[in-house]
Write a protein that binds this ligand. Sequence first.
Ligand code: NAD
Ligand code: MG
Length: 342
Amino acid sequence: MTQPTNTQRRQALALAGAGLVGAPAMLAQAADAPTPSGTPPGGASSSTRPPMQDPREQYPKPPFPAQRQEPPGLTARMKPRPDHGESSYVGSGRLKGRRAFITGGDSGIGRAAAIAYAREGADVAIGYLPAEEEDAREVIALIRAEGRRAVALPGDIRTESVCKQLIEDAVKGLGGLDILVNNAAKQQARKSIAEIDSEQFDATFKTNIYAPFWLTKAALKHLKPGSVVINTVSVVAYDPPQDLLDYASTKGALVIFTKALAKQLAERGIRVNAVAPGPIWTPLQPSGGQLPDKLPKFGQDAPLGRPGQPAELAAAFVLLASQEGSYMVGSVLGVTGGRPGP
Ligand code: NAD
Ligand code: MG
């Protein structure tokens, strides 16, 4: 693939910069960032590492403006916009030449992982719903700005045939597969079990637990020793909120799926692990993931007093994917702001 021009890099950065939130220190850095020039993948020229700072003050805190979107939700409509590490993630070649497929890679945590993987030298395919094309385009531009191959894979993962096709398309587009990140999910808060209809229950289980099962099964024949599967679980698997009954049940199932599969695949040299985020500021939350009256206070009950930003998850996804994590098998890495988790 041809290296991007400086203009392409700048365009992608401008797009990305629109997503920057955070402390004045970070904004100042973004403005001061050196003009990107044709450096190798790794993003060092286009990003500045965040300085040491108080994590309580690093990002926006509640109260947040009341807001509501239809699911699956779009990044541009969030107030404030999340930070996915566009201006801060600095790579160092830890995933050089790897090929990764991230479901739900258009926004939120999946977007942060996609940016970090590309800056670490990986080619990246992202899965998403067709309604999220706008978000997906921004991520594709960011991956290409690093000189990496980017593959856009729209598709609804609630059926096995689509999951199989997505894996085949990812393998074709990337030339193989070394990293599968099962990150897509559905979350709709309901006050009571009586308000969860079978349609929602089924769609939540299809998206959050059947799809990782189908995708992983289809991916297996392509994964060689050294490859990894990473599942995004949640602190709700350990401390389930009463209004996320169906969603929390799927995350509990995915923790056990991760641990059992890790034992199976270790014998083939394939590592399976999970990341358990705490409350993170992503489109999932204003598009029904939280009850509307709870959203302004989102993240307040975390000991850090604020929600996490997707950018704060990137390091965990990189560690589990990289060879530095070679002895991590069946682990659930908590990134929770202090909320009880694994
Ligand atoms: P997000 O909305 O940005 O990402 C979720 C993605 O799932 C969407 O972008 C969408 O592309 C995908 N998706 C949903 N239904 C789909 C379907 N039927 N077919 C294909 N793709 C589908 O939100 P996020 O918070 O970044 O979520 C990423 C992961 O993090 C999820 O597994 C979520 O459960 C988990 N998580 C989030 C939080 C949080 O507070 N945001 C906390 C713990 C765990
Ligand atoms: Mg999305």
